[in-house]
Design a binder for this molecule. Structure first.
Ligand SMILES: *Cc1c(COP(=O)(O)O)cnc(C)c1O
Length: 447
């Protein structure tokens, strides 16, 4: 019997898990050697984690270490890859330079300087997030807000800009390395209300981060309850992006204000908003612990809908069977598969990226294994500067092999749903690598 079914049939068997004191111990570069399972890693592996974690963010907590990682399968375990920096995440040259500094006990200043140089080469701000998506008011940039697609405003509440653990492939990695200039945030909800008040064509607010579920319930309440006011009637859908079901499901079960948090969602639903929890699972294993199952059950009970979106990443989930099983589990548990993303062109992308033709093959080989209820998932899609571009397949037209693409979201609303064709290229990894098919000079969105 699957863990999910046995949990639903025998919840009392798992009660001990919920009653246990939950120490929220967080590990990073400074207390790596305190991880109880650290002896599973060789000295060399521990050293390489330190080298990479001086450049890319690293944070993992006790729950992930105890419940999700299979320590007998290191380094291949997908959740280990998801949370622990790996030597291949830096270019060899950069890795060696950083390793030398650490071996020679270089001072902090030197290490920070090199880290800064390497980070600049890792495209810290992909897709014009800071230059093109941040709206202005009275010539001032509205901090904490992004607005790219007409219907949906993104809000980055200041208190929700961190996570319980960090994903090694995170496309917002730059905001976790303590560089203030690189960080989006806003302590100022008034910007948000002002902006929404004057944009009546916005129907969706997407609260994101970091992880907004890291916030205290009362702060989430303060941000969201004003949206029940009549002047925000046009905001029909409140989406909250979160990875907490994976990294800290106790957030919805035993945390001090867990019930209060669920009440906020319940109240928004009862008063007429559609609340969508945008979950993030990379592997089915994340949703199979009794705690994750209970967290999902409690979230659904509020009347919120749960959807899932996730990138396809090499070394973690580049296998159609992983996706098929994940989607089947999700549908069974009441989570609607929504997006499969292509890993963005930032951070340790060389370690995670897959050729576009492969992303499509994996999507197709996964989707053909599941019923129509899972085929709500779109993808594989690139969140690129002009919009979200879906690879719909490959075909041959007049003897030319092409990618069939579709713009599913566009910076210009007129672009939405436009199909287009690109030259087939086995090496293409991102939209920038594609050339228009049939000898055309430009894609329609390049004018
Ligand atoms: C994906 C995305 C959205 C949401 O798009 P939907 O297709 O409505 O889910 C909004 N803003 C940005 C910047 C996005 O990348």
């Amino acid at each position: 019997m699957s863990k999910i079914l046995s949990f639903y049939r025998k919840p009392e068997k798992y009660q001990y898990l919920f009653n246990r004191e939950q120490p929220f111990t967080v590990y990073g570069i400074s207390n790596l050697d305190k991880i109880p399972q650290i002896h599973y890693l060789s000295k060399e592996q521990q050293f390489s984690i330190k080298v990479v974690a001086n450049v890319l963010p690293f944070r993992v907590n006790q729950y992930v270490i105890d419940e999700l990682i299979d320590w007998t399968n290191i380094p291949n375990d997908p959740i280990f890859q998801l949370t622990f920096p790996q030597p291949g995440m830096l270019e060899e040259q950069d890795y060696n330079k950083m390793a030398d500094l650490i071996r020679n006990d270089a001072d902090k200043f030197q290490i920070r300087k090199l880290a800064g140089e390497i980070r600049q080469r890792l495209n810290p701000h992909p897709g014009g997030q800071q230059t093109l998506n941040v709206p202005t008011f009275n010539k001032q940039q509205l901090e904490g807000i992004q607005h790219k697609y007409r219907e949906t405003v993104l809000f980055f509440p200041g208190r929700g800009q961190t996570c319980h653990s960090y994903c090694t492939f995170c496309f917002r990695w730059a905001q976790f390395i303590g560089d203030k200039d690189l960080k989006f945030s806003s302590n100022e909800a008034s910007h948000l209300y002002h902006y929404l008040r004057s944009h009546k064509d916005v129907s969706d607010l997407l609260v994101t981060g970091g992880d907004p579920m890291i916030m205290k319930a009362r702060h989430l309440r303060d941000y969201l309850m004003p949206l029940l006011d009549k002047e925000f009637e046009h905001i029909q859908n409140i989406r909250i992006g979160t990875k907490s079901i994976t990294f800290w499901p106790y957030r919805f079960i035993t945390d001090e204000d867990a019930d209060d948090l669920l009440d906020v969602l319940r109240e928004l639903v009862q008063k007429g908003k559609h609340v969508a929890i945008m979950t993030h699972f990379n592997h089915w294993r994340e949703m199979e612990t009794p705690m994750a199952i209970e967290a999902i059950r409690r979230l659904r009970e509020t009347g919120a809908t749960l959807r899932s979106q996730s990138p396809l990443v090499k070394n973690i989930n580049d296998d159609p069977d992983i996706w098929a099983k994940m989607w089947r589990n999700q549908v069974r548990m009441g989570i609607i598969p929504y997006y499969m993303f292509i890993e963005r062109d930032t951070g340790a992308k060389n370690y995670f990226e897959l050729p576009l033709y492969r992303t499509w093959e994996i999507y197709r080989d996964a989707i053909k294994q599941v019923s129509g209820l899972s085929r709500t998932v779109r993808g594989p899609s690139m969140s690129a500067t002009p919009g979200k571009v879906e690879i719909q397949g490959t075909t041959e037209i007049n003897g030319e092999k092409v990618f069939v693409c579709r713009m599913i979201q566009g910076r210009n609303p007129e672009w939405v749903q436009r199909p287009f064709f690109a030259e087939y290229d086995e090496k293409a990894m991102w939209l920038d690598d594609l050339k228009p098919a049939f000898g055309e000079k430009k894609f329609f969105f390049e004018d």
